[in-house]
Design a protein around this ligand. Sequence first.
Ligand code: AMP
Ligand code: GLY
Length: 423
Amino acid sequence: MKVLVIGGGGREHAIVWKLSQSRHVDKIYCCPGNAGISELAECINVGDNNFEELIDFVKYEWIDLTIVGPEAPLSKGIVDAFEKEGRKILGPNIKAAQLEGSKVFAKDLMRRCGIPSAEYKVFTSYLHAEDYVRMKGAPIVIKAEGLAAGKGVIVAETVDEAIDGLKLIMKDRAFGDAGNRVIVEECIHGEEASFMVFTDGKTILPMVSSQDHKRVFDGDNGPNTGGMGAYSPAPVVTEKLESIIMEKVMRPAIKGLQSEGIKYKGILYAGLMIKNNQPYVLEFNCRLGDPEAQPVLSRLKTDLIDIASAITDEKLSNITLEWKPDASVCVVIASKGYPGKYEKGKVVKGLDDAKKMNDVFVFHAGTAFNNNKVVTSGGRVLGVTALGKDIKDAKFKAYEAIEKIHFSGMHYRKDIADKALKC
Ligand code: AMP
Ligand code: GLY
């Protein structure tokens, strides 16, 4: 069969890599893809928000299934547009994708369904929000309601910081309409973990746990990024905690949506804070995490097409997920300056040497070709991912592979997975 993957980051490279091993797949297309993806898939240049053109392409090329990587097209209704034309596509529809697209929608659902989360209040007026922040005091968390590429959340240690955050979102409108409403919520201290499931709206199959590293510098310092590395499994998610997450978070969320007439199909991601062995939801995402997809998919044994088809056909109860017992660590290499301004077009060297290593996968995120050379074209450039017998072994291999790679100004954290080693 022919498959189209939407997106062009490390997550999509991991999806394409996994699809390339499927016994069902003859040809993969990716829109827009990147330099690494182009070794496994034909990259096409249609805007991923131009649904009409994408559907024409799918019809013309007889593509059997489309898999959506990022949140933006899901929030804009790509699934509804494809399904209206009778085309198979993996991901939640526009109503279900509100779980990520609107933090207010997600918080209200959590409140209605009793899903543990931080106490919160929603504001449209700057003055009321400021009063509330002064009354509550710090630490406190300020969140823009809409999609803001992971930058719309301010964890404020002081009241002044919180007020600066409110000004940034509500007065300067740094995130445009995504800041029409603001959530002010209680700050929860604990350990973060990412937990993702596959669901067809009825059956819910948990993936192996993982943990992201959001801050740009070692020791969780500096600004938040899309994610500087991840590992799987996350030791903080014990078997017992996993069943608590399923009972208290995943099942109530999907059942709660169902009772409101919304069928959630695809991948559901919960960003969790674990405090006293209990999960609190910080956010829901309606797709695979990036970079989490890289260590998680590299552990998945089951054919991804079997899973995707079972979801679109609502037959997920027929599937049993199988995972490699290995641990996996992904270290992101970013451009100098990321998550702020960065330069593009730096030649990336040493990729072939790194790729030759056993159990190492160099997933591309922001790369392109220039005169047949791989060059940087984004903030996050590569996700160097390795499997090992345990986290320590996987970490060693990932950093050994990184030693072989070079581009001008490259930056990566040296402490990815150290948290897991301390557990
Ligand atoms: P979010 O996009 O909502 O997951 O927030 C981004 C990051 O901000 C999270 O990964 C946490 O590190 C932090 N964060 C969000 N909400 C809270 C909270 N209520 N308490 C503490 N930290 C939070
Ligand atoms: N790594 C966090 C996310 O994908 O949103």
